[in-house]
Design a protein around this ligand. Structure first.
Ligand SMILES: [Ca+2]
Length: 218
């Protein structure tokens, strides 16, 4: 009898451990941004990247160019705008920046998914720095909407290599079936990218983009 009880207790404990591990792996929340000694955080807004002429895709229909930028007064939207409707295979956001010297950087992406809880992986959403694919662990993002976005910062990597001088970070929507309406390619909506590094980053935000943006309030 005692043995049976012991077995039952051990079984329950094992199940609890499995549940805790599963919960840790299934984290839809944001990752804490850790800024170590001598490091600095640099925020590169998605809405200030070159969107002119880019072809995206709406939930069902088309979207392109400056229409990819959405104004939003929702809480937690950095600088009040984000980029959405990039639901098109190979649609790419480019963040061009300069580093004072070679080194490494942590990369966080602030994003949402309108496709319900979504797992982004290098297969459906590529992160490429200077032509080199970053093989990040999957990012589980809680579903929300463009009109009530709940952006979170997700850590892509702690130590991507940056070059002295010009660098290009690309976020690439890969062919997938995340779009639950058309069962075709879907991407996230992106608020900004955060780099944490000691290499000294600068960039030229294209703030003129906002002169062309519609006035759809979030
Ligand atoms: Ca933003």
């Amino acid at each position: 009898m005692k043995k049976k009880l012991l077995t039952a207790v051990i079984t329950v404990m094992c199940l609890m451990i499995v549940a805790v591990v599963f919960a840790a792996c299934g984290n839809t929340g944001g990752d804490e941004i850790i800024i170590g000694e001598g490091m600095k955080e640099y925020v590169l807004e998605a809405e200030y990247t070159p969107v002119e002429g880019k072809i995206g895709g709406a939930q069902s229909g088309s979207a392109s160019g400056y229409d990819l930028i959405m104004k939003s007064s929702a809480e937690g939207v950095s600088e009040g705008y984000f980029v959405h409707n990039i639901h098109m295979t190979d649609c790419t956001l480019e963040f061009n920046f300069k580093a004072e010297r070679a080194g490494t950087t942590a990369i966080y992406i602030r994003l949402i998914s309108q496709w319900g809880n979504t797992t982004f992986t290098p297969d459906n959403f590529g992160v490429v720095l200077n032509g080199k694919e970053i093989t990040y662990q999957s990012m589980l993002v809680k579903g929300s909407t463009d009109y009530a976005p709940e952006f979170v910062d997700k850590l892509v990597t702690q130590n991507a290599e940056v070059k002295a001088g010009d660098n290009k970070l690309e976020l690439i929507v890969r062919e997938n079936t995340l779009n639950t309406y058309t069962h075709s390619t879907g991407g996230p909506a992106i608020d900004c990218v955060k780099l944490v590094t000691d290499t000294g980053i600068s960039w030229n935000p294209i703030k003129e983009n906002l002169d062309h943006v519609g006035q759809i309030e979030g």
